[in-house]
Design a protein around this ligand. Structure first.
Ligand code: UDP
Length: 161
């Protein structure tokens, strides 16, 4: 067989992307999905959901002690979100690069071609989410999409990947 010393780096990864309520309200969905596909990602699965308070708090559990947490929960539950599983080599960090810095108003200056710069508003209303590590990606994907347990039974709510 052909061998290449860089094989390990060609392993595909999955990450969780979300178009947040301001992204949907602002009609940025087509632009964002076209950018995702043009950047070489495959959209493996997607679902539009209205998050309830408990689901939002579970998803953002790591931020529960932060002062911005109550506002974040109000914002993320203010309307539907579009959740996607993206796949590509280096998906986690490539999607983070494509979305740009957390603060969309600063991104407009420092990363003007990033999705948050083009579609977001400010530090809170930044139009998209992206998992920040391979570990969070695994947690976030199984948080929203069906996973099978060792007995082959579905253990979470939505469509299987
Ligand atoms: N956020 C906020 N105020 C802050 C920091 C974050 O409202 O001071 C919101 C923002 O929508 C952000 C989300 O909380 O995307 C999660 O914050 P995190 O620091 O994980 O940023 P991200 O990983 O999304 O860039």
């Amino acid at each position: 067989p052909l061998r290449c010393s860089g094989d390990a780096t060609l392993t595909k990864e999955r990450t969780l992307a979300m178009i947040k309520p301001d992204g949907l309200v602002g009609n940025h969905t087509n632009f964002i999905q076209n950018t995702i596909l043009a950047s070489g990602f495959t959209i493996l699965n997607q679902i539009t959901l209205q998050l309830d308070q408990d689901t939002a708090k579970g998803f953002y559990a790591e931020h529960s002690s932060r002062t911005f947490f109550p506002n974040l929960i109000n914002y993320i539950t203010s309307g539907p979100v579009l959740i996607m599983v993206l796949e590509k080599v280096n998906a986690v960090s490539d999607w983070r690069s494509l979305i740009g810095p957390t603060d969309a108003s600063k991104a407009k200056v420092t990363h003007p071609h990033s999705i948050r710069a083009m579609c977001g508003v400010n530090l809170e209303r930044n139009c998209v989410h992206g998992s920040d590590s391979i570990k969070s990606a695994a947690r976030e994907i199984s948080f929203f999409f069906k996973k099978t347990n060792s007995a082959g039974e579905n253990v979470s709510e939505h469509d299987e990947l």
